[in-house]
Design a protein around this ligand. Structure first.
Ligand code: FES
Length: 194
């Protein structure tokens, strides 16, 4: 026996499936590629910068500036190297037969002594028994600072290391006596700080 109710149910189900198959849907249509639009909107919200920013902002907002030109980068490095000045100077590497002596007048102590170019101004003064100021003895503070009264310090001494004085200070004659080695004769006022 065929159950008429089952036949009716089966037919109804088929009709529903067919109706769904031909239905128009929600009308939603996918738009084209939105990624470019989103990127442009984001780029507008990013403030412009006045410096080159390689590797980012490539979607806008400063991307046009591009990478730093090679020439400029080299120029900056060159300046940094110049500022290092005497870095790398190793007084202990001066051969014995190349050691030279210079007359250094210690104005406050009222004496002129000979200082070798492999000996610091501070050491030479202490050898005389003078109580000169110092703290780190490594060129990292200005406790030992003194002022060369003849002119820019760079014309009279070399620093083994200098992490405390600026170029301007040295232009005014200041040096760190704990790491300063003479390269000429000069007069120094000890205990003077920039
Ligand atoms: S004692 Fe610190 S720099 Fe000379």
């Amino acid at each position: 026996m065929v159950d008429p109710v089952s036949i009716a149910l089966g037919a109804a189900l088929v009709l529903v499936v067919v109706a769904l198959h031909y239905a128009e849907g929600t009308g939603w249509e996918p738009t084209g590629d939105m990624s470019q639009e989103v990127l442009e909107r984001r780029a507008e919200s990013v403030p412009e910068t006045e410096f080159p920013e390689p590797m980012n902002r490539s979607i806008g907002g400063g991307g046009a500036t591009g990478a730093i030109p090679a020439g400029e980068a080299e120029g900056e490095l060159g300046e940094a190297e110049e500022e290092e000045g005497d870095e790398g100077f190793d007084p202990s590497a001066i051969p014995e037969d190349e050691v030279e002596y210079y007359e250094v007048e210690f104005a406050k102590e009222g004496e002129t002594i000979e200082v070798a170019n492999n000996e610091t101004i501070l050491d030479a003064g202490e050898d005389e028994g003078w109580d000169l100021p110092y703290a780190c003895r490594e060129g990292q503070c200005v406790s030992c600072s003194g002022q060369i009264t003849d002119g820019p310090a760079g014309e009279y001494i070399r620093h083994r290391q200098n992490e405390a004085l600026f170029e301007d200070d040295m232009e005014e004659g200041y040096c760190l006596t704990c790491v300063a080695y003479p390269t000429a004769e000069f007069t120094i006022e000890t205990g003077e700080q920039p």
